[in-house]
Design a protein. Structure first.
Lengths: 265, 364, 74
C-alpha cells in the first residue's frame, strides 16, 4: 500500500490538538516543555474545558506558555504563580485554574507561595517542571540541582558544603493536608508520556471536583543547560535524576480525608 | 441619608468594601491595619454578598492574589501598612504594567525599616513616585476622616476601573484607628460573571469563550519598541488623570497670605492651626490635596501668584514639599515654600505648626 | 507480520531536528534528514516508510507537535 493511500483523513490517528495554537514554540530542540504543554492542551481538549480553564505562566523558559495553549492566561511574577492562581480560583469557583512552574520558580523563589497554596488546599492544578537547573538565565544551579552536578554557578559541581542539598519539594508537598493528588512523572518515552497525560487528566478532574490541590511534577531535561543533545539528555536523566527523584504517585486521596485525621488530634 | 454608625477607620474600609460590591479581599495582618481583615472575617461577607476574604501567607502573596483576581475582571482589594506595602511593590508594578484595576490601602506607620506602629506619612514618595520598578503611577487618594475612608473605597474602585490602574488609599494609623461618625454607603450588588464578560471581556481572563480570542494578562514585552509604545500609552493615561482627576479641598484660602499644604492626618491638625493663626491675626488657609497623584499642582501654582508663602506640613521628613516647590516654581512666583513636620510616629500639634509658620515664613 | 500499516507526516518547517522521534520509533521508520529546513534543522522524515505501523510513538514524544499519524487496517 502506498503512503499516499494511507495519508487520508479517514485514517488519521494522531494530530495536533486544536487547543494548541499555531505558534511555533520558542523552546530549544527536544525540550520537555513542549511535550508538557501539548499534554495539558490535550487534556483540556479531552475534558472539553477550554472555556473554563485558566492558567498562570511563571517566570522562566515557560514564561511564554501563554503563546501556545489556547486558553486564558495570566503571567505571574517570579515564584508567585500559586498566589495568582489562588486569586483567580477563589473569585472564579466555577473555573479550573492551573499554574505551570519550573523548579527555580516553584522550589526556590516561590517556595512560600507553593507551600501555602497546597496547604490551603486550593482547588488548582500545579504542573511542576523539574529539570534541575535555571534554563532561561543560562543554566545556573537550582535548588533541585543534583549533588556534584555542573552548572554555570557550580562549575566544579554542586558542593553541599557551599550550596546545601537538592530539594525534594514534591515529597514535602505530599505531606500537606491540602493536596489531593501528588505525583512525579516524566516525558522521556512514549509510555512515560502516556502516563503523564493520565496524571494531568486526574489532576484536572481532582481540581474540578474540589478535592484539593493536584500536583504533578514532571522530571524534565534541559538539553541546552545540561549541554548535551536531547537523546543523550534523556539517558542522563534516567541514570542520574530518576534515582534521586523516583517516579510514581506519592499521594492519591482528597483533602477531606486528611481533615478527618486533623480533627481527631 | 445612609446608615449612620460610629466606627473605626479600618473597620469602615472593610464595611465599605462589602457594600460597594467588592468580589474579594486578600490580606496579611500588620499593625495598625489588622482590623480591616478582622472586621471582614467577622462580617462573613461570603454568606451575604459572595465576597471572598482570604488571609494570605504574606503581603507578597496577597498582592499576587489580587493580581490574579483583578486579571479575571473582579473587583478586589488588599490593605497593609508601610513595611507590607514595600513587600507588595513588585506586585503593584506588575499590576500597573498589566493594567489591572484594584484598590490597595496603606495605613501608614513610621519607618524606615520596621519603624514604629504609630501613624506616619513617610510613604508619600513610595506612593506617588512609584514604589516598585518601572515607569508607572498609582492613583493615590488621601482620606482625612473616617467618612472619607468609607467614600474613597468606592471612588478608588471607580477610578481604578476607569483607568485600568491600581488605586491606593494612603491613610495612616491615626485615621485607621480613630472612631468617628460615618454615613455608610448603600449596598451595590457584585457584578455577575455575565456582566464582567460584557464589560471587561476584551481583557479579563475568566475562561476563553468561543466567540473571542484568548485573553492574556502580562506585563512582559520582548521587543523594546513595543515596550516603549506601551509606556507611552501609560504616560498618556497618567496625563489624562492629571487633567481629569485632581481633587483637593481649599479651606479659608481666598484671603490668605499663607497656605498650609497638608493631607490626611496632618490636614486635620492644620485645620486647627488655621483657627489658631487667624485668632492671632495671621491670614492663613489650608490646601488639602485629596489626590496625591495626580497632585493639585495647578491650584497651588495659581495660589502662588497671590500668597506670600506655603508651609508643607507633613508627618515625614519633607517629601510632599518637593511637589509644592515644583508647583510654585513652575508658576514663576516668588512665594516661599517651607516644610514643617514630625517623624517616627509623632503627630505635630496645631500650635507647633503655627510656630513653624511664624518662624519659617513670617519671621524669616 | 503486522496487520496494520501506518504513515506519518512531519511538518518539516516546524521540526527542530531533536531526534527524539527517531529513537522513539520501534521500527526504525524515521531518520533525520541530511538536508536542513529553512531554520537550519535536520528535520525528521520517513526513511523506511514500509516499516511504519502507525503506533503514534513518534508523535507522542515530539516536543513540537509536528507529526501527524495515519493508520489503516490491512
Amino acid at each position: 500500500m502506498d503512503v499516499k493511500d494511507i495519508i487520508k483523513p479517514e485514517n488519521l490517528v494522531y494530530e495536533k490538538t486544536k487547543v494548541l495554537t499555531k505558534t511555533t514554540m520558542h523552546y530549544c530542540p527536544g525540550c520537555s516543555h513542549g511535550v508538557a504543554h501539548r499534554l495539558i492542551a490535550e487534556v483540556i481538549d479531552n475534558l472539553d474545558i477550554q472555556d473554563k480553564a485558566i492558567a498562570v505562566a511563571p517566570v522562566g523558559c515557560s514564561v511564554f506558555a501563554y503563546n501556545y495553549i489556547d486558553i486564558d492566561w495570566q503571567e505571574a511574577a517570579h515564584g508567585r504563580a500559586p498566589a495568582v492562581a489562588t486569586g483567580i480560583a477563589r473569585t472564579n469557583p466555577d473555573k479550573v485554574v492551573m499554574c505551570y512552574q519550573g523548579d527555580g520558580d516553584l522550589a526556590s523563589i516561590g517556595t512560600a507561595e507553593i507551600m501555602h497554596a497546597c496547604n490551603r488546599g486550593e482547588d488548582i492544578v500545579v504542573i511542576f517542571i523539574n529539570n534541575g537547573i535555571y534554563g532561561m538565565t543560562g543554566g545556573q544551579m537550582a535548588p533541585t540541582t543534583l549533588v556534584g552536578q555542573v552548572t554555570s554557578t557550580t562549575p566544579c559541581g554542586r558542593d553541599t558544603a557551599l550550596n546545601g542539598y537538592p530539594l525534594k519539594i514534591t515529597e514535602l508537598i505530599a505531606q500537606l493536608p491540602g493536596t489531593s493528588y501528588v505525583t512525579r512523572q516524566a516525558v522521556h518515552t512514549p509510555a512515560a508520556i502516556r502516563k503523564t497525560r493520565k496524571a494531568i487528566t486526574k489532576a484536572y478532574e481532582n481540581a474540578m471536583a474540589k478535592k484539593g490541590t493536584a500536583f504533578v511534577e514532571i522530571v524534565s531535561t534541559c538539553n541546552m543547560g545540561w549541554k548535551m543533545p536531547p537523546v543523550e539528555a534523556n539517558a542522563w536523566m534516567e541514570e542520574n535524576m530518576f534515582p534521586f527523584y523516583p517516579l510514581g504517585d506519592m499521594k492519591n486521596s482528597e483533602k477531606g480525608a486528611v481533615e478527618e485525621c486533623y480533627k481527631q488530634n | 441619608m445612609g446608615e449612620l454608625r460610629l466606627m473605626k477607620g479600618n473597620e469602615v474600609i472593610a464595611e465599605a468594601a462589602i457594600r460597594c460590591g467588592c468580589d474579594g479581599y486578600f490580606g496579611y495582618p500588620i499593625t495598625p491595619q489588622s482590623e480591616v481583615m478582622e472586621t471582614l472575617m467577622e462580617r462573613e461577607p461570603w454568606n451575604e454578598t459572595g465576597m471572598v476574604v482570604l488571609q494570605a501567607e504574606s503581603e507578597i502573596a496577597s498582592i499576587n492574589m489580587l493580581y490574579g483576581a483583578a486579571g479575571s475582571g473582579k473587583k478586589v482589594m488588599t490593605s497593609s501598612s508601610s513595611p507590607g506595602i514595600s513587600l507588595m511593590a513588585e506586585g503593584i508594578s506588575y499590576i500597573a504594567g498589566s493594567e489591572l484595576p484594584c484598590v490597595i490601602v496603606n495605613v501608614q506607620r513610621g519607618g524606615p525599616g520596621l519603624g514604629t506602629i504609630q501613624p506616619s506619612q513617610a510613604d508619600y514618595f513610595q506612593s506617588v513616585k512609584g514604589g516598585g520598578h518601572g515607569d508607572y503611577k498609582m492613583i493615590v487618594l488621601a482620606p482625612a476622616s473616617v467618612q472619607e475612608m468609607n467614600d474613597f473605597v468606592d471612588l478608588g474602585f471607580e477610578l481604578a476601573f476607569k483607568y485600568r490602574n491600581p488605586a491606593l488609599i494612603l491613610t495612616d494609623g491615626a485615621i485607621g484607628q480613630m472612631m468617628e461618625k460615618v454615613e455608610l454607603s448603600d449596598y451595590k450588588p457584585r457584578m455577575t460573571d455575565e456582566e464582567i464578560d460584557e464589560k471587561y471581556g476584551s481583557w479579563s481572563t475568566n475562561g476563553k469563550k468561543p466567540n473571542r480570542e484568548r485573553n492574556i494578562i502580562t506585563s512582559l514585552e520582548m521587543q523594546s519598541d513595543k515596550m516603549e509604545a506601551k509606556n507611552k500609552r501609560f504616560q498618556q493615561k497618567y496625563a489624562k488623570m492629571e487633567v481629569e482627576e485632581v481633587r483637593y479641598e481649599a479651606i479659608e484660602c481666598d484671603d490668605a497670605d499663607y497656605i498650609f499644604v497638608a493631607f490626611g492626618s496632618s490636614a486635620r491638625i492644620c485645620q486647627k492651626s488655621v483657627e489658631l493663626a487667624r485668632a492671632k491675626g495671621i491670614k492663613v488657609g489650608l490646601l488639602r490635596p485629596i489626590t496625591l497623584y495626580p497632585f493639585p499642582k495647578k491650584v497651588i501654582g495659581e495660589m502662588a501668584k497671590h500668597v506670600k508663602g506655603f508651609l508643607s506640613v507633613e508627618m515625614s521628613a519633607g517629601q510632599m514639599v518637593e511637589d509644592v516647590q515644583l508647583a510654585v516654581g513652575c508658576s514663576c512666583s516668588d512665594a516661599k515654600v517651607e516644610y514643617f513636620g514630625r517623624m517616627g510616629g509623632i503627630i505635630p500639634s496645631p500650635s507647633e505648626v503655627v510656630e513653624a509658620l511664624e518662624q519659617k515664613l513670617i519671621g524669616g | 507480520m503486522a496487520k496494520v500499516k501506518g504513515a506519518v507526516v512531519v511538518d518539516k518547517e516546524e521540526c527542530k531536528g531533536c531526534g527524539l522521534c527517531v529513537v522513539a520509533c520501534p521500527y526504525d521508520v524515521l531518520a533525520q534528514n541530511k538536508q536542513v529546513n529553512s531554520r537550519g534543522y535536520h528535520f525528521s522524515f520517513m526513511e523506511n516508510p514500509d516499516n511504519c505501523i502507525g503506533c503514534t510513538n513518534c508523535a507522542v514524544v515530539c516536543p513540537d507537535t509536528c507529526i501527524t499519524v495515519y493508520r489503516v487496517k490491512l
